[in-house]
Design a protein around this ligand. Structure first.
Ligand code: HSE
Length: 308
């Protein structure tokens, strides 16, 4: 029997313009799993030791298809027991399903002596994302496994590029208690976009990558704009445009929906600005009677990891 404890971070997908292809890992916030392997047995069991409501049946938990994919890719077998010790609230928009999936994928790979590459660990984690939202996207799973800011250059074949993280990138994130499922937030998007929208979007993606590679945070902020999904999704978030105006007025470099929402994140190049922006976000939702949690964190270069 082998036992480990793993952590995988929360993450922000899309980064404005990078719909389904960009994401970044956050410091401190994330999921913790304890995983036990008995190589002689078979089967997967999952216990939830948190007060976050999760599916009772292991078949409905994102962890199960992740572990099965690992077995399918490696040919290994065994009995795996998972205890969920810490859990980001599902539906928060900061990569809750990806954090569990990444922790499970990283953990099972570690339990067997790390036969898979980091990229194949992401492939396993994507099985959890598929169960959660009906699509094989890696924009949360890649940063949750690898840390930092990741770009999915292509899905077929999977080509993940880790981008440099400027040192002074602060990220206030607010999770307003509104219900927006990723499935619903995807279903309202048009299947096709006009050419001028595509031109705006790929100009911004290029600008964002250039800004990160050169450490030009003003350019990062200017490019972190979404012409594709935000016009449809912002209506889920009360006072979205007004909130952005307030945050930019307080010195934030950008504000966007985190993944498919309802969380919203901003960017700042100084800790004091990030704290101020976080407080304004909190007040914005409180004034509308909406409960929320705020995190003011740095972007983290560390992804899934062993903690015991
Ligand atoms: N990129 C996804 C979306 C969310 O915006 O629907 C998280 O993977």
């Amino acid at each position: 029997m082998k036992k480990i404890k793993v952590f995988a971070p929360a993450s922000i997908a899309n980064l404005g313009c990078g719909f389904d292809i960009m994401g970044m890992a956050l410091d401190e916030v994330g999921d913790v799993l304890e995983m036990t392997l008995d190589e002689e047995g078979s089967g997967i069991s999952i216990a939830n030791d948190t007060d976050v409501p999760l599916p009772q049946d292991a078949e409905d938990n994102v962890i199960t298809p992740v572990i099965r994919k690992f077995f399918a890719l490696t040919g290994h077998t065994g009995r795996v027991q998972v205890r969920i010790l810490k859990k980001i609230y599902p539906g928060s928009g900061i990569g809750s399903s990806a954090a569990s999936s990444a922790a499970a994928a990283f953990g099972i790979n570690e339990l067997f002596g790390a036969p898979l590459s980091e990229e194949d660990v992401v492939v396993c984690a994507m099985e959890g994302e598929n169960l959660a939202s009906g699509g094989y996207h890696a924009d949360n799973a890649a940063p949750a496994v690898m840390g930092g800011i990741t770009l999915i250059r292509g899905y077929e074949p999977l080509d993940i590029i880790k981008l440099p993280v400027p040192g002074n990138l602060y990220c206030p994130v607010i999770h307003p208690h509104l219900t927006v499922s990723t499935k619903e937030a995807r279903s309202i998007l048009p299947r096709e976009i006009p050419m001028h929208t595509a031109i705006t979007q790929w100009g911004n993606v290029g600008g964002l990558v250039a800004g990160l590679c050169t450490g030009n945070i003003e350019l990062v902020g200017r490019a972190m704009r979404d012409a594709v999904a935000e016009p449809y999704r912002k209506h889920f978030i009360p006072g979205f445009d007004e909130l952005r105006a307030k945050l930019l007025g307080a010195g934030a470099l950008a504000m966007n929906i985190s993944g498919s929402g309802p969380s919203v994140f901003a960017l700042a190049n100084r800790s004091d600005i990030a704290q101020r922006v976080g407080a304004i976000m909190e007040r914005h939702f409180a004034q509308q009677g909406i409960l929320s949690e705020t995190y003011v964190v740095k972007v983290s270069n560390k992804g899934a990891r062993l903690i015991a």
